[in-house]
Design a protein around this ligand. Structure first.
Ligand SMILES: [Fe+2]
Length: 478
């Protein structure tokens, strides 16, 4: 009986590992070999680096420590694919990741295979994972079945529930969540790189998650239907999309009464260390919008001179707008010119219409879709223009069951700081989050390209306020 339970436990973690890792390779399928290399700006990493770095994480953090006799695939890869772990050693400069034509893409896939085979061996040894793993719940499996694209089915991307997991189990699950973070970066980084090409390459034909159907509108204070699984159930292929307009501006806010609430992760499942410790917060009365700001509303802001009115902007934001000539969200342009030439089908297009570059190529902006690719500065200026504000992260988390989320990472008014009781883990993984708790702003929710099973209401994402290559959006509060 014990042996059979152990087999099931081990199998759950191995399946989870295999599914998450194979999802990365599905993301690679549309790429041509040349797509794996370029890095036009420091913030984005080339696909080859992303898929090698996540593999290095398993080799460095797990195999070298836990698999007796393990030999690294290549002694140089630690230098090439370490991201920011000072306690592990020197590494390639971040802005130099695109300069690495070698190792080849073929070698990097061989590296992935080598590490996967050794992880499989490690996870197949019952003593290594004894006592920590149970099968994922049925609900968790169902929630994880949502594909972000019909070609990207993902049957089991939830971590198995852990009960007193061993250090090894915890590290494997951390490594898989790390891989999922890089799966989203894979797409956002590739989109940025493609956007700098005047041909505006198409990643997947017909795949424009930026335009996916707006989430169902929450009905007010009685609505409490959201869970991360539901929030990502929208079909993202245009063929499956049904137009559904959002309600007028400012309709559908939820009122939350003043009081003491608790935020932060609680439960037996996985969370990042920055979601701890759960703690009490006092909130005053507030109202939070049940939906995200749309492209149509953001165009009103542009047309009203939002980008030229210094009164709406933080000082840093105003400098950013002027120094970079910012006039719209990232990837927007007037008209559909590629390489400066209008396509044949565009002859009847109004040159004043907004287009945007998507993972499906250059497309006409869909007015009812949530605005995407805005910086914190733009989100805050828009809120100021509306006479409202962004929610704090405590407000967002407290109210999250009142609305559907999961389309955009939502900027909050909260700086990225440690929660009371936060503690850095020992060893290299202690560098995962804590050292970045300075000069960044919190985003909550998830986006339409966040991998299935990789979101929860306590998740704390964070970026510098000027960055906007992630799928970022705006929810208002007052
Ligand atoms: Fe990483």
């Amino acid at each position: 009986m014990q042996a059979s339970r152990k087999t099931i436990q081990t199998k759950a973690l191995r399946e989870y590992y295999a599914e998450v890792r194979s999802y990365t390779e599905k993301l690679c399928e549309p790429l041509e070999i040349e797509d794996y290399i370029p890095q036009p700006v420091v913030d984005v990493s080339p696909p080859k680096w992303n898929i090698a770095h996540t593999t290095w994480f398993f080799e460095e953090m797990i195999l070298k420590k836990y698999l007796p006799g393990y030999k690294v695939f290549d002694e140089h890869f630690g230098f090439l694919f370490n991201s920011y772990y000072n306690s592990i050693g020197d590494r390639t400069a971040r802005d130099h990741r695109g300069a690495l034509s070698r190792p080849t893409v073929k070698q990097v896939f061989a590296y992935r295979k080598y590490v996967d085979e050794h992880m499989e061996r490690l996870l197949s040894e019952p003593p290594a994972v004894a006592g920590g793993i149970t099968q994922p719940s049925i609900d968790a499996r169902e929630a994880a079945t949502t594909p972000p694209h019909p070609d990207l089915t993902a049957p089991n991307l939830q971590p198995p529930a852990t009960a007193g997991g061993s250090d090894l189990v915890d590290l494997v699950i951390l490594g898989l969540n790390h891989e999922q973070q890089h799966q989203e970066l894979f797409l956002t980084d590739l989109k940025y790189t493609f956007s700098t090409n005047p041909l505006f390459p198409v990643y997947r034909e017909g795949y424009a998650p930026e335009e996916s159907e707006p989430p169902a509108i929450a009905g007010g204070l009685t609505q409490s239907s959201n869970n991360p699984g539901e929030a990502t159930t929208t079909p993202h292929h245009p063929d499956l999309t049904v137009a559904r307009l959002q309600p007028p501006a400012n309709a559908g806010g939820s009122d939350i009464a003043a009081g003491v609430y608790e935020i932060g992760f609680v439960g037996d499942g996985f969370c990042f260390d920055n979601e701890l410790a759960r703690h009490k917060v006092y909130l005053d009365d507030f109202t939070i919008s049940n939906r995200l700001v749309t492209n149509a509303e953001f165009i009103e802001f542009i047309d009203a001179g939002g980008y030229t009115d210094h009164r709406l902007w933080h000082s840093e934001g105003w400098d950013w707008v002027n120094q970079n000539g910012i006039e719209s969200p990232l990837y927007w342009q007037i008209g559909n010119a590629e390489c400066g030439v209008r396509s044949a089908e565009s002859t009847d297009v109004n040159a004043s219409e907004w287009y945007h570059y998507t993972l499906g190529g250059l497309r006409k902006l869909r007015m009812d879709a949530p605005v995407c690719h805005v910086s914190y500065y733009e989100a805050a200026a828009f809120a100021e223009w509306k006479g409202m504000r962004l929610p704090t992260e405590a407000e967002w988390e407290t109210a999250n069951e009142k609305f559907n989320w999961g389309q955009r990472w939502e900027w909050t008014n909260s700086a990225y700081l440690p929660y009371p009781g936060f503690a850095r883990a020992a060893g290299a993984v202690g560098e995962y989050n804590g050292k970045f708790m300075i000069n960044q702003m919190i985003l909550r929710g998830a986006s339409v390209i966040t991998p299935p099973g990789h979101s929860r209401p306590t998740y704390r994402n964070f970026f510098h306020p000027h960055l906007r290559w992630q799928f970022t959006g705006i929810r208002l509060a007052k």
